[in-house]
Design a protein around this ligand. Structure first.
Ligand code: NOJ
Length: 553
């Protein structure tokens, strides 16, 4: 059964699942909804609270489903609407919530609205999309898919005008200045909410409106529309959430929560949650250089958000490690450090999975997760990262980080009964990350596996709600290899200490309020030396971390 708490998301663990790659129930080599349903026990065992499903709608799949051709149905490869209802019911029966992707900004060029729209200038659907006689409008808007798109405008020969698109040319942007479009998208949202889902991950939200002279991101009109969407959820579907995908700086993200920027007690009235994009590449940089400075700097510049809101933090997802929210110098550095082979790069990012990025070093993977699970925000695990799956940089676009889930060492990896040659994407099959070496069955049989480390982080976090609810004060110490921060509620305090380097370190942490306290590591169930003076001195092995409860008896 689901918890009744309307603020459940404040301390939830999310799991991002790619239906196509999770589990195939009918032997066609493509994952599907019944397959995913059959694996809910596994997710329950891992301990996550909410599953985020990538787009599941009919689509030509030119952007893996983010190009939707029919908002009211399920992609035939994935099953039926009935299968979807079953998934939601079965998930709820296990206490798991389900959110799906809501793609508001654009459709596929195969969506019937666009098929009509491009027929002629006076077609009744013309105004569903953004058309222009010239490709010189909105010049300040950046191009996002820089590797493939030369312009945000594409000329449509038959109807003699350009149409606007922020992503692939096969994804025309909807025209939100048309009130009919704005209303229709809310109807679509209600259609899925009425099936009992727990909310949406709202895709590409900064780009809904266009205005001349602006960069066409985060416009006031966009915020006004999103507030309207939130109001629908609050009125008709209490306890459900909107998780916003806005790849922006923290100060530009703040308005997406709504409320009052100067008073976090005023409830947010836009997104319940938003991804904290900029901290993610900084965690990778910090681990490579053994230097916490950039994490501290970005967290210092992260504004407070309404009490009824939450950040979503992540290490990896189905896209590239985006380097949009770093300086040009840091982007070059990150490419040098993490993507020496050019095939690892895509647009302004790096298309690799967590384990290969961290050299498959269990210590680094663990400390990265120790940070993920203790930073302010709700953590998201990307499917497969809980067992340390690898990637395949030979595959097209971002498919290399979306390969079939590795369940067993059997041929087909327990993903599908089909001939592996017919899988929608090849299994990872190398000596280090191949499914024979890295799979769920083997890890569940091994108490020392990464799976159990992850399960332990999840379980420990859940027994310490301070990590979801507490305030967070970052502490700058002389040794830059140390990342340390204090989480607090009225009842509890927890000090997080991580050694980001491959060398032993001795941290000296000013803890004037805690002299006399004996820190207790809730992850290893051990007491450390008591704090006898203002400066607490703590030795850490390479990449060691502690979650220290500072309980005053
Ligand atoms: C963000 C999604 O995460 C990405 O996969 C997609 O390509 C774009 N939005 C366009 O929908």
């Amino acid at each position: 059964m689901l918890t009744k708490d309307p603020l459940w998301y404040k301390n939830a663990i999310f799991y991002e699942a790619h239906i196509r790659s999770f589990c195939d129930s009918n032997g066609d080599g493509k994952g599907d909804l019944p397959g995913l349903t059959s694996k809910l026990d596994y997710l329950q065992e891992l301990g996550v609270d909410c599953i985020w499903l990538l787009p599941m709608f009919p689509s030509p799949l030119k952007d893996d489903g983010y190009d939707i051709a029919d908002y009211d149905n399920i992609h035939p490869d994935y099953g039926t609407v009935e299968d979807f209802r079953t998934l939601v019911a079965e998930a709820h029966a296990r206490g798991l919530r389900v959110i799906t992707d809501l793609v508001l900004n654009h459709t596929s060029d195969e969506h019937p609205w666009f098929v009509e729209s491009r027929k002629s200038k006076d077609n009744p659907y013309r105004d569903y999309y953004v058309w222009s006689d010239t490709d010189q409008k909105y010049k300040e808007a950046r191009i996002i898919f820089v590797d493939t798109e030369a312009s945000n405008w594409t000329y449509d020969e038959p109807s003699g005008q350009y149409y606007w698109h922020r992503f692939y040319a096969s994804q025309p942007d909807l025209n939100y200045d048309n009130p009919v479009v704005a209303d229709k998208m809310i109807e679509i949202l209600k259609y899925w909410m009425d099936m009992g889902i727990d909310g949406f991950r709202a895709d590409a939200v900064p780009y809904l409106f266009e205005r001349e002279g602006a960069n066409c991101e985060n416009l006031p009109e966009t915020h006004a529309y999103l507030k309207r969407v939130r109001a629908v959820l609050d009125a008709d579907y209490p306890g459900t959430i909107l998780l916003g995908e806005a790849n922006q700086w923290p100060w530009d993200l703040r308005p997406y929560f709504g409320g009052d920027p100067d008073d976090s007690a005023v409830p947010g009235d836009e997104f319940h949650m938003a991804f904290h994009f900029p901290v993610m590449p900084r965690i990778f940089k910090a681990l490579k250089l053994g230097d916490s400075t950039d994490i501290l700097d970005i967290m210092d510049r992260t504004p407070s958000i309404p009490d009824n809101s939450q950040w979503c933090v992540f290490l990896r997802n189905h896209d590239e490690v985006t380097l949009e929210m770093v300086t040009e110098e840091d982007r070059q550095l990150m490419w040098q450090l993490y993507a020496p082979d050019k095939r690892m790069r895509l647009n302004l990012g790096i298309r690799r999975r967590l384990a290969p990025l961290l050299d498959n070093d269990r210590r680094k993977i663990a400390v990265a997760n120790a940070i993920l699970f203790s930073l302010p925000g709700a953590p998201i695990i990307y499917y497969g990262d809980e067992i340390g799956m690898g990637d395949n940089i030979q595959l097209f676009d971002r498919n290399g980080v979306r390969t079939p889930m590795q369940w067993t060492a059997e041929p087909g990896a327990g993903f599908s009964e089909a001939d592996p040659a017919d899988f929608w994407a090849p299994l990872i099959d190398d000596d280090i990350y191949g499914y024979r070496q890295v799979n769920v069955a083997a890890q569940m049989a091994d108490p020392n596996s990464l799976f159990y480390t992850m399960k332990h982080f999840i379980a420990t976090r859940k027994t310490h709600p301070i990590l979801g609810w507490g305030s967070c004060d970052f502490i700058r110490v002389a040794d830059k290899a140390i990342l340390t921060y204090l989480r607090r509620t009225n009842e509890a305090q927890m000090l997080i200490v991580c050694n980001l380097s491959d060398q032993p370190q001795t941290a000296t942490i000013p803890l004037p309020d805690f002299v006399g306290v004996t820190p207790y590591d809730v992850l290893s169930d051990t007491s450390l030396d008591s704090i006898v003076q203002t400066d607490y001195s703590l030795s850490l092995t390479p990449y060691q971390y502690h979650w220290l409860s500072l309980f005053r008896t």
